[in-house]
Design a protein around this ligand. Structure first.
Ligand code: A3P
Ligand code: MG
Ligand code: MG
Ligand code: MG
Length: 358
């Protein structure tokens, strides 16, 4: 069994979520180590998806379906690619079952639901199809990003397995696993961190190893040195605008921490950096884009529960009640409490400057 969870409410939900995410990490880690060219395909929007993304989402959904059959699922992936590609489908079904294989997860999975079970192709496809829920302002839904940062995953760098419970439009519980994140600093020899956040109760982290102890996550009011966190991919946020915001905030040149996925929220949540910026590329001539709820649900709760502040780039709270996207928001600014107001002010100034250039 996993070491006792530090929360008082939604304990069954957290127990199931942690188990599901641990199993998904086991599967995705083995895929990352052995990925072959045809284990990856492009989705209609040209973004990549791998057998790891698909297997992890199916596996997590099977846990949720078993424990909370009435709950809705808002998942990033669907079965479009699997239904037309036999090779991909067979590999994904194999991986899901490998994730449930006896003894695979070590002592943490002993006695936990699903160990040793085997799932048919049909149940794997049905589980993935459940992820098409529209989200919205009422009821319980889980949002899954089975591999956040697929591009980082393909580069063998950072990625995250993300699962959050949204109740009546509010994120109540967030689980965020970062298998390649150092346990004390972004890169150190002990890799693999699991973060957990519960609304109004706090944020915690532990090593991904068996039975590790939970520690509270806290963000100092003014982290020093102040650095900012941003995506590796220049197509996902406007690096040039962010560099200017960094200057306005007094960040030393060349000290931004670039990493893929919600691992950025994890690092910020335990006090590294001080400010995560995600300014849409449309401000430098890129296409319009709406942020997806699964890219921010777990991470944003971790920040607010660790003493930080999260908003969109204009300072408005993130609204998870609008459906599959954060359609009421634009961009993200997540920061230490003593940094956030100045960061939002600096965003405005930098955008005005760039507006004159574009
Ligand atoms: N134009 C864009 N602007 C912002 N985010 C984008 C984007 N295109 C894709 N993304 C999202 O960026 C996420 C990765 O974020 P990051 O750059 O912080 O690693 C992707 O998640 P997936 O990798 O789960 O598809 C995807 O949802
Ligand atoms: Mg994707
Ligand atoms: Mg994502
Ligand atoms: Mg993803």
């Amino acid at each position: 069994m996993s070491s006792a969870l530090p929360i008082k409410t939604y304990t069954k939900e957290a127990e199931v979520a942690v188990q599901a995410v641990l199993r998904a990490c086991h599967v995705t880690k083995s895929v990352q180590d052995t990925l072959k060219v045809d284990d990856k395909v492009s989705k209609p929007d040209k973004s990549p998806v791998t057998i790891g993304d698909l297997a992890a989402q199916a596996l997590i959904t099977l846990h949720l379906q078993n424990a909370f059959p009435e709950d809705k699922i808002v998942g990033e992936e669907d079965t479009t690619e699997l239904r037309k590609n036999d090779g991909l489908r067979n590999k994904v079904v194999g991986l899901v079952n490998e994730g449930f294989a006896k003894g695979k997860l070590g002592k943490e999975s002993e006695g936990i639901w699903g160990e040793g079970e085997s799932f048919s192709e049909d149940s794997v496809l049905t589980a993935l199809d459940l992820g098409s829920h529209t989200g919205g302002p009422t009821g319980r839904s889980w949002t899954i990003d089975p591999i956040d940062g697929t591009l980082g995953f393909l580069r063998k760098e950072q990625y995250a397995v993300c699962l959050a419970l949204i109740v009546d439009g509010i994120v109540q519980l967030g689980v965020l696993a970062c298998p390649n994140l150092g346990t004390t600093a972004v890169t150190d020899s002990q890799t693999g961190v699991l973060f957990l956040a519960k609304k109004n109760e706090g944020g915690w982290m532990r090593s991904l190893k068996d039975d590790a102890k939970w520690e509270k996550t806290t963000i100092p009011e003014h982290p020093t040195p102040l650095r900012f966190l941003e995506s590796v991919e220049s197509g996902h946020s406007a690096h040039s605008v962010q560099a200017r915001i960094g200057e306005l905030l007094g960040v030393q040149e060349g000290t931004s921490l670039r990493m893929d996925s919600q691992a950025k929220y994890g690092a910020l949540g335990r006090g590294e950096g001080g400010c995560y910026l995600r300014i849409p590329t449309k401000y430098i001539g890129g296409k319009d884009y709406q942020e997806k709820i699964w890219d921010h649900a777990s991470g944003s709760l971790l920040i607010s529960e660790s003493g930080g502040v999260v908003s969109d780039m204009h300072g408005a709270p993130l609204d998870f009640s609008r459906g599959r996207t954060l359609s009421a928001n634009e961009g993200i600014v997540a920061a230490a409490s003593g940094v956030h107001a100045k960061a939002v002010e600096s965003v405005k100034k930098a955008i005005e400057e760039f507006g004159k250039k574009v």
